[in-house]
Design a protein around this ligand. Structure first.
Ligand code: DI6
Ligand code: FE
Length: 397
């Protein structure tokens, strides 16, 4: 459907906010055809059906580039345990943590799993998300990892949101096995099977002291690359495991968390063009005290993305504007960096070059906000300033 948005303030996210006041934007099919000053609308677009934005701010649709939104149950009981003294690591070592969600997720039928994921996806959509990355990782058997990835693909059929799927079988080591055996017997075979079914867009792993080390992950990342799949890594969240250096050596799209990232990791990311994905929800929930090295990443010109990390243990959060607020207040990102982090840089963290900014030829995924300046999106705490959303060229309602 052709459409002409008029009377808007556009944040094109080209070279920063890239604001254009008194602007119009033409959509043809699922693409942006033209944008510019209201007074310059080319005659070919003047006949398009018009929608006045009444002065509202229009941004690219938000991109959540790191989520674990497909899981069953919740971990409110653990939340309560942590508040009475247990640490995240102690809970994980005692069989809680990720493994308790694995048990709930295996027990859920595909329909139950999908219904629970969709409830969270609906909350994401309601706060402006138009593209979601979805990781597996709560199955930990070949069949269960495939079940999660199939569920992730179904989300895109049932909701007006684009989905990028990530194979994260290397998320935890099930009891009774070891890292090398699990990678050889489950992670790599499940990757081959999922790839054969067209279920995988990229490959991730959880590199922390309680899960996998870089040397455990070498065969998995080599397999990913032999299949032509890009890699990324949960790295340096709880300590410096040199995961980022390892991931950059494999040309990783992103390295995520990064609280304990050291100068060698920053240099490796800068050289490889790896995006730093900042996840303030997990930092906040775990009450971490060491921030990622934001100033050093900025100085090294490593692009920073911001995501929810939506997961039942360390970040039960669905709102990207809330993640942006936290990234500013906890990590001192500027509101401009936070919005770049959920648009242009988030697209780059997913290897997507057809979205994340407003320009002719880009996908017409847009948010209209009850705001006049983009700093308002990061400034409010947990508010939903979204007025309406356009996905693939059409309004939600
Ligand atoms: N991402 C993850 O995969 C883990 N933490 C994180 O930030 C663990 C998620 C969980 O506890 O279920
Ligand atoms: Fe995560």
């Amino acid at each position: 459907m052709p459409l002409l948005l008029t009377h808007s303030t556009l944040a094109t996210m080209q070279g920063g906010y890239g604001l254009i006041a008194d602007a119009a934007l033409a959509i043809d099919g699922d693409r942006i055809a033209w944008l510019g000053a209201q007074s310059d609308i080319p005659s070919i677009y003047q006949g398009f059906p018009q929608h006045s934005c009444d002065g509202r701010l229009v941004t690219p649709g938000l991109i959540d580039c790191h989520t674990h939104v497909v899981f069953a149950g919740n971990r409110a009981a653990e939340f309560e345990m942590r508040l009475t003294g247990a640490s995240y690591e102690q809970i994980a070592r005692a069989g809680g943590g990720i493994l308790s969600t694995v048990t709930a997720t295996r027990a859920a039928s595909e329909d139950q799993l999908l219904a629970q994921a969709l409830a969270r996806v609906d909350q994401m959509i309601a706060t402006g998300t138009t593209t979601i990355e979805v990781k597996s990782g709560y199955g930990l058997t070949i069949a269960d990892e495939l079940k999660l990835l199939r569920t992730a693909r179904k989300i895109a059929q049932l909701r007006r949101v684009s989905v990028v799927t990530t194979h994260l079988a290397a998320h935890a080591i099930p009891p009774g096995t070891d890292a090398a055996t699990y990678i050889a017997d489950v992670a790599i075979p499940s990757l081959h099977a999922a790839h054969a079914e067209g279920l995988v867009d990229q490959v991730d792993a959880f590199c922390v002291n309680i899960a996998f080390q870089p040397h455990d992950l070498e065969p998995l990342f080599q397999t990913a690359r032999s299949l032509g799949l890009p890699v990324k890594l949960h790295a340096e969240q709880l300590s410096d495991r040199k995961g980022t250096v390892f991931a950059a050596r494999h040309g990783a799209l992103s390295a995520d968390h990064l609280e304990y990232l050291a100068p060698d990791g920053i240099a490796a990311m800068a050289a490889a063009g790896t995006v730093a994905v900042i996840l303030p929800g997990a930092f906040y929930t775990l009450r971490e005290t060491q921030s990622p090295p934001i100033a050093a990443l900025r100085a090294a010109r490593v692009p920073m993305a911001v995501a929810t990390d939506c997961n039942p243990g360390s970040s039960p959060m669905t709102s990207l504007p809330l993640a942006m607020n936290m990234a500013c207040t906890l990590f001192r990102l500027t509101p401009e960096e936070a919005l770049l982090g959920t648009t242009t840089h988030a697209a780059r963290a997913l290897g997507l070059n057809d979205r994340g900014s407003l320009a002719p030829g880009q996908r017409a995924d847009l948010c209209l906000w009850d705001a006049t300046h983009p700093a308002e999106l990061s400034y409010r705490i947990g508010a939903t300033a979204l007025q309406s959303r356009i996905h693939g060229g059409t309004f939600d309602r």
